[in-house]
Ligand binder design. Structure first.
Ligand code: SF4
Ligand code: SF4
Length: 68
């Protein structure tokens, strides 16, 4: 039986800092992020490649990606 996919990245989104601009969602090349109402949210953590584009492009320092 196959092991479940191991998540290699941890994504932290600050509800306090996120302004809901959607830039991180637009830049994410693998659709690992989505908008949830007015804030960014994780859509598929297994899809995250750790490229950190979201982290680099967020104008409000509201999203951070860390290796596990
Ligand atoms: S880029 Fe930053 S402020 Fe904009 S939706 Fe993403 S986390 Fe929120
Ligand atoms: S690190 Fe890259 S793949 Fe992961 S959520 Fe951010 S933009 Fe998407």
């Amino acid at each position: 039986m196959a092991e479940p996919a191991k998540k290699l990245w941890r994504i932290e989104i600050s509800e306090k800092l996120c302004k809901g601009c959607g830039i991180c969602v637009d830049f994410c090349p693998t659709n690992a992020l989505k908008m949830s109402g007015t804030i960014a949210a994780i859509s598929d953590l297994d899809a995250c490649t750790g490229c950190q584009l979201c982290d680099l492009r967020c104008p409000d320092f509201a999203i951070q990606v860390f290796p596990r």
